[in-house]
Design a protein around this ligand. Structure first.
Ligand SMILES: [Zn+2]
Length: 257
C-alpha cells in the first residue's frame, strides 16, 4: 500500500512538473512573440500622406524596434517643377528627410499623378513589390477619399489584400471630411509622446505648406482624442484580424461610450 501510494505521489508530482514546464514554455513563447520584430508598410498616395495620416504610429513602431516602410504611389505631376527643380526630386528629398526623422524607409513608385491608375499592370507592380517585401501589416488610405490618387492607392492595396495578402490591413485617414470621407474609426492611438516628432516629419515637406497640413491634422488629433478620451489621437480601422497574422503591436483605445 505504502509502495503504491509513493508511486502515485511520484506520478502526480511528475505531472505537475511537466505542466509547470509547459506553462513556462508558453509564457516564454508569448514573450518572444510580443518582442517579435514586425515589418509594416504604410502606403500613401503622395509624400506627406503616411506622415500626416499615420506619422504617430510610424514613430511609435520604429521606437519599439519594428521596421516601417513608407510607400508613396506618386511623387510628381508631369514635368512640373518646384523652384526650377523637377517636382519628383524635391518631394522625394522631402519624404526621405521625413522618413529619416521617423526612422522609416521610403519606397517611391515612379508614377505621375495623372498616370496612377488601379489598372492591371499597376496592380501587378504593387502586388510584386508587396510579395517581395513580405510585410506583416499594411496601413493604407481609407478607400472613400476625394483625392483620386489616395483612392487609387487604397484600391490597389485592397485588391492585393483580397488576392493573396498574408498580412493584416488597416486604414488611416487624411484631412477628414475634405479628403477622407465618412471615416468611422474603431481604433484610436494616443500620440502625445510622439506628436512633436510627427510635426517635425511634416515640416520636412517644405514645398507643401506644412503649417497648413499640420493645422488640419492637429485639429483631427484633437477631435479623435476627444472621441477616445485623450488629448491627441490618430484613428484607424482594421479590416479583419486574420488568424495567425500579427496585429499592429501598439495599444489602441476604443471610442468613449
Ligand atoms: Zn495626398
Amino acid at each position: 500500500m505504502i509502495h503504491s501510494w509513493r508511486t502515485f505521489t511520484t506520478v502526480v508530482l511528475g505531472l505537475v512538473a511537466v505542466l509547470l514546464l509547459c506553462f513556462a514554455g508558453s509564457v516564454q513563447a508569448d514573450a518572444a512573440a510580443a518582442k517579435q520584430k514586425l515589418r509594416v508598410v504604410v502606403f500613401g498616395g503622395h509624400p506627406d500622406d503616411p506622415e500626416s495620416g499615420a506619422g504617430g504610429l510610424v514613430a511609435m513602431l520604429t521606437r519599439a524596434g519594428h521596421e516601417v516602410i513608407c510607400a508613396y504611389g506618386t511623387s510628381f505631376r508631369g514635368d512640373r517643377k518646384i523652384n526650377g527643380e523637377p517636382e519628383g526630386v524635391v518631394r522625394r528629398r522631402e519624404a526621405t528627410a521625413a522618413c529619416k526623422l521617423l526612422n522609416a524607409t521610403p519606397k517611391f513608385f515612379d508614377y505621375a499623378h495623372e498616370k496612377l491608375f488601379a489598372d492591371g499592370p499597376t496592380l501587378e507592380a504593387v502586388r510584386a513589390w508587396l510579395d517581395e517585401v513580405k510585410p506583416d501589416i499594411v496601413v493604407a488610405h481609407w478607400p472613400l477619399d476625394m483625392h483620386p490618387n489616395h483612392h487609387v492607392v487604397s484600391s490597389l492595396v485592397w485588391q492585393c489584400y483580397k488576392r493573396s495578402g498574408v498580412w493584416n490591413l488597416y486604414f488611416f485617414e487624411v484631412e477628414t471630411d475634405m479628403q477622407s470621407i465618412s471615416f468611422r474609426p474603431e481604433l484610436y492611438l494616443d500620440i502625445e509622446g510622439v506628436r512633436d516628432l510627427k510635426k517635425q516629419a511634416l515640416d520636412c515637406h517644405a514645398s507643401q505648406h506644412p503649417d497648413d497640413i499640420w493645422k488640419l491634422h492637429d485639429a483631427m488629433h484633437c477631435r479623435r482624442g476627444t472621441e477616445c478620451g485623450v488629448r491627441h489621437a490618430e484613428a484607424y480601422w482594421l479590416v479583419e484580424a486574420k488568424p495567425g497574422v500579427p496585429l499592429l503591436p501598439v495599444t489602441f483605445i476604443g471610442p468613449k461610450k
